[in-house]
Design a protein around this ligand. Structure first.
Ligand code: ZN
Length: 279
């Protein structure tokens, strides 16, 4: 089974994460398949807008930290930067090389796709799932969608693509991270993190109506407008801010590796859920 599906509906390319049995947990196979799909959509002159979707009940439960398809120790042909392969390296070197490529690097690359992208989010959008929604230009959420970054429970200050204080007000970002609580779609709309909240049954119709509307604009105008707003975010410190937090993120991984079972503080999906339920 392919982990990412690609299809075209008129001027709209649809890129669908397809590991519904694992709530679309992202392994590296999925990351590279997403990259290939985005590249294809960017290169296709017929495509004006890209929709990113998740098959099944949930958009994405985050990075794969515990399915049988977890492929942390597999080499892929790298795309996002010039870091060497993490495989066969030790400690922080391996983690930094890997996460520079598959997490921060890939997300930055996708944010710069020169065509408008829309995340169509239902159900869970957790941790690494946030990164995928946040790199999209617009987010349409169904009323059952929720957002959470619970990685502070692992002693880590948020996911690798640290957009939190730019996609929501800083004080809300602190609450979101300090508690690890689920932010319902309605609240995400209130704080300006998502563009629209629609009934679950209307999610696809509403998202594609929006995509079609945008697709009527000229390609170059859309590309330049996207770049203009992205540049404004970077002038507000997003790019350099993320670089500095990436260092803190890796300090946390290293601290965990030194003081506990592994760089994730010995946590897996089961213990994360148990800890959340117990609080
Ligand atoms: Zn990490």
């Amino acid at each position: 089974m392919t982990v990412v599906r690609y299809e075209r509906r008129g001027p709209v390319a649809v890129v669908t994460m397809n590991r519904p049995e694992y709530r679309n947990a992202q392994n590296s196979a999925m990351t590279y398949a997403l990259d290939e799909a985005f590249y294809r959509a960017a290169a296709d002159d017929e495509v004006k807008v890209i929709v990113l979707a998740g098959e099944g009940r949930h958009f994405s439960a985050g990075h794969d930290i515990g399915t049988p398809g977890r492929d942390v120790h597999v080499s892929f042909e790298r795309k996002a930067g010039l870091w060497w392969d993490h495989v066969g390296k030790e400690g922080a070197e391996s983690r930094f090389a890997r996460e520079s490529e598959v997490y921060l690097g890939m997300c930055r690359r996708w944010r710069e796709i020169p065509k408008p992208t829309i995340a169509m989010v239902q159900g869970a959008c957790i941790a690494g799932g946030l990164m995928l929604a946040w790199v999209c230009d617009l987010i349409v959420a169904s009323d059952d969608a929720f957002f959470a970054d619970p990685v502070v429970r692992m002693g880590i200050p948020g996911v690798e693509y640290f957009a939190h204080p730019w996609v929501m007000p800083p004080r809300i970002a602190k609450e979101f991270l300090f508690t690890g609580d689920r932010m319902p779609a309605r609240r995400a709309y209130e704080v300006g993190m998502v563009n629209r909240v629609v009934p679950r049954d209307d999610l696809e119709t509403e998202t594609f109506a929006l995509a079609e509307k945008i697709a009527a604009m000229p390609r170059m105008g859309l590309a330049l407008t996207k770049k203009a707003v992205n540049q404004a975010e970077d002038l507000q410190g997003m790019h350099t801010g993320m670089d500095s937090v990436f260092g803190l993120h890796h300090l946390a991984h290293a601290h965990n590796a030194e003081t506990s079972a592994d760089s994730l503080a010995g946590m897996d999906p089961k213990s994360m859920k148990a800890a959340a339920d117990g609080s």
